[in-house]
Design a protein around this ligand. Structure first.
Ligand code: ADP
Ligand code: MG
Ligand code: MG
Length: 209
């Protein structure tokens, strides 16, 4: 994939397809420890993102991510919409008007996205949220870049680490979001937002290959 606006838009479309495929799984995960809407929230949001890309394709990678952000913020209620919206908004601001994404810009965007989620939601590692997928993802991306990886290798390392990080939420007592109301009773369950973060990164990595 060339990391032009078209390439980034294709990756976002691929992510929307993956979210649609996993809608029921995300609903089930959220039904166990939340209110059961995460799959529907994410699917509605990403379907609206695809419609927005069809209607007015942006001409920079940052423009694509900004459209993702504003669409998720306006179409997705609950916790995840504003959190993912802030992540994509911070990433887009970091990219500015560059017309192609290289590894340093990708790392900046990933770091900015994580910072956005944490600024908005105040979760730290170990709180059993999407942050537990994203912190190791960013660390693995930095390491892969340091080892000379290209965009696809960096995103693949991030997705692999996000899978492991998401899985770690099974053993954690949630301290943020609805699952925190269950306390110890939520132990044994995978956090739905950590799972969706890992799915998004995997879709981006596959699109970049
Ligand atoms: P809601 O809980 O409002 O129904 P969703 O079901 O769409 O929203 O999203 C739930 C997910 O959002 C959780 O699984 C968790 O990963 C994430 N989340 C909730 N609160 C926070 C927070 N403060 N910081 C980071 N992530 C959070
Ligand atoms: Mg929910
Ligand atoms: Mg809800």
């Amino acid at each position: 994939m060339a990391c032009t606006a078209e390439g980034v838009a294709a990756a976002v479309r691929a992510a929307a397809a993956v979210i649609a495929e996993h809608r029921a799984e995300l609903i089930e995960l959220d039904r166990a420890i939340g209110d059961g809407d995460h799959g529907e929230n994410m699917n509605r949001g990403f379907a609206a993102v695809v419609a927005a890309l069809d209607a007015a394709p942006p001409d920079t990678p940052g423009g694509v991510l900004k459209l993702v952000a504003t669409t998720l913020i306006s179409k997705v209620g609950g916790a995840a919409g504003p959190l993912y919206g802030t992540a994509f908004l911070r990433a887009s601001a970091k990219l500015g008007a560059v017309d192609s994404l290289d590894v340093p810009a990708l790392l900046d965007a990933l770091r900015a996205g994580l910072e956005g989620v944490q600024a908005r939601g105040k979760a730290v590692g170990g709180d059993a949220t999407m942050v537990d997928a994203l912190i190791p993802a960013v660390a693995a991306a930095e390491k892969a870049a340091g080892d000379g990886g290209d965009v696809a290798a960096v995103l693949t390392a991030a997705a692999d680490a996000a899978d492991t990080g998401a899985q770690s939420t099974v053993d954690l007592v949630p301290r943020k979001g609805r699952a925190s109301y269950l306390g110890e009773r939520a132990v044994g369950h995978l956090d739905p937002g950590a799972r969706s973060s890992a799915l998004l990164l995997r879709a981006f990595a596959e699109a970049a290959r």
